[in-house]
Ligand binder design. Structure first.
Ligand code: SF4
Length: 453
């Protein structure tokens, strides 16, 4: 008998959450590897929007779907943790019901281990709940916690998560580290090759249903922006062979009819001649109708006329650009990823290539330490004037980034000891006066969006 092993993607606890092509890609990579090793992998996705048999109730809102597989998660209104009690906004648990989760756990017999992933640092209550319920149902199975919260808030996770082992070696799991943890916990690796040929890619087929696939062609980023944890999570910028990624995309399309793909890369277009160009040319040559989305921003200065044409021809539908601010002095001190005129040129290239204004979004960072409301307003208007749509991206202070110390100094919250205060909804590095200016900024954003429709 193959040993059962449980993999869990926990709930989100937050004021707001939206399924923008969100899948637990690291966990699905592990699932694929463990299957190949001979484990009977059982995946429980607490964020499954297609899960059958979920309870309804007065404070429960069902999942809804929008374009290209995105949409709202099922959510249940709950009381905010006491430290967030002053925030006058509804707090929710996003995902399947507790009862559905417990039923999934009970279906699985004597697992040899339970692997739990994590994402945002301030979503740890979902991690704790998943671990605590797993322990109740399967008290003998060791629990291993990995993912971004485990890596960024290692001590907090070790102290409070309830896991037996915190895997903080890498953000995206490499199989050697998983095997070494299993060895440390005396979990035998089965020597039982699969009868069917194993899936060569992350095991999306273990999800109850999937409408899109997330693809990672590279890890890390050659830039070192002060507000970003990419270089801490992935110290090396490393890339797969373009032909390998093209093969993966064609595989999901051919075998499962998937047409929507979201790139999870931090630096998809960097060194494009050797990476994105051959990859996208491979897609164009395949003649398939595929749609691509970039929830993680693309680098503005990489969008030349040729690249814009290639993006359009290969099927990109949702373009997000990482502008962050139109203040070039701030760019020089924070990230050095954009120079004067880059953004306007990129937008013009995209429009000439055939993208509509509505397809071209640009992120605006809001809530940085020392940033003024006026500077955000200027950036929003700058994006609108350039012919794109602004998207506000509230700044979340992240441990181990260059901006972390400044964030600690400027925040009224105890960021160092309570990850719940990293929540971007709080705008934790702005004072109340600045927060009062946010509704007016949202109105300007809305007016530009209306105009671009
Ligand atoms: S360019 Fe983007 S991914 Fe790279 S370090 Fe800056 S913010 Fe992070």
């Amino acid at each position: 008998m193959r040993p059962n092993i449980i993999l869990i993607n926990p709930w989100i606890y937050d004021f707001a959450a939206y399924d923008l092509w969100s899948k637990p890609l690291g966990l699905l990579y592990i699932a694929g590897h463990l299957k190949k090793l001979g484990f009977n992998v059982r995946l429980i996705d607490c964020l499954d929007v297609h899960h059958p048999g979920m309870e309804t109730g007065p404070s429960i809102f069902n999942a809804t779907r929008r374009r290209y597989g995105t949409g709202k998660y099922r959510r249940q209104r709950i009381g905010a943790p006491p430290v967030l009690g002053d925030i006058k906004r509804a707090y929710n648990r996003y995902g399947i019901s507790t009862q559905a989760f417990v039923r999934e756990l009970e279906k699985i017999d004597a697992p040899c281990a339970i692997l739990v992933t994590s994402l945002m640092t301030y979503w740890y209550p979902g991690v704790m709940e998943a671990i605590s319920l797993s322990r109740e149902i399967h008290p003998d199975a060791p629990v291993i916690l990995g993912g971004i919260y485990a890596r960024l808030c290692n001590e907090h996770a070790a102290k409070y998560s309830g896991a037996d082992y915190i895997s903080a070696e890498t953000a995206l799991p490499d199989m050697d580290s998983i095997i070494s943890i299993l060895n440390k916990l005396n979990i035998a690796i089965p020597d039982m090759p699969l009868e069917e040929s194993p899936l060569p890619y992350p095991a999306f087929n273990l999800l109850s249903r999937f409408d899109y696939v997330c693809v990672l062609t590279s890890t890390g980023c050659p830039y070192r922006c002060q507000y970003c944890a990419s270089s801490y999570l992935y110290p090396e910028f490393s890339r797969r062979e373009p032909v390998e990624t093209t093969g993966e995309i064609l595989y999901w399309n051919r075998e499962y009819g998937i047409s929507d793909f979201a790139f999870y890369d931090d630096a998809l277009l960097v060194d494009s001649e050797r990476h994105a160009v051959p990859l996208l040319e491979g897609i164009i040559n395949s003649g398939l109708e595929i749609r691509f989305h970039t929830p993680n921003a693309l680098h503005v200065r990489e969008i030349s006329r040729e690249m814009a044409g290639l993006l359009h021809a290969s099927g990109f539908r949702t373009i997000r650009l990482g502008l962050e601010t139109s203040d070039m002095d701030r760019h020089n001190s924070l990230d050095r990823k954009i120079s004067e005129g880059d953004f306007e040129k990129a937008v013009q290239h995209l429009i000439k290539a055939g993208f509509k204004k509505n397809d071209i979004g640009a992120y605006v960072l809001i809530g940085l330490p020392g940033q003024s409301v006026k500077s955000v307003e200027d950036t929003i208007k700058f994006i609108g004037d350039a012919g794109a749509v602004p998207y506000l991206a509230e700044y979340s202070p992240i441990p181990h980034t260059v901006l972390w110390d400044k964030s600690l100094e400027s925040s009224p919250y105890d960021l160092a000891n309570e990850p719940l205060f990293h929540n971007n909804t709080l705008l934790p590095c702005w004072d109340e006066d600045k927060r009062q200016g946010v509704p007016a900024l949202r109105l300007i954003v809305r007016a530009i969006k209306e105009k671009c429709r």
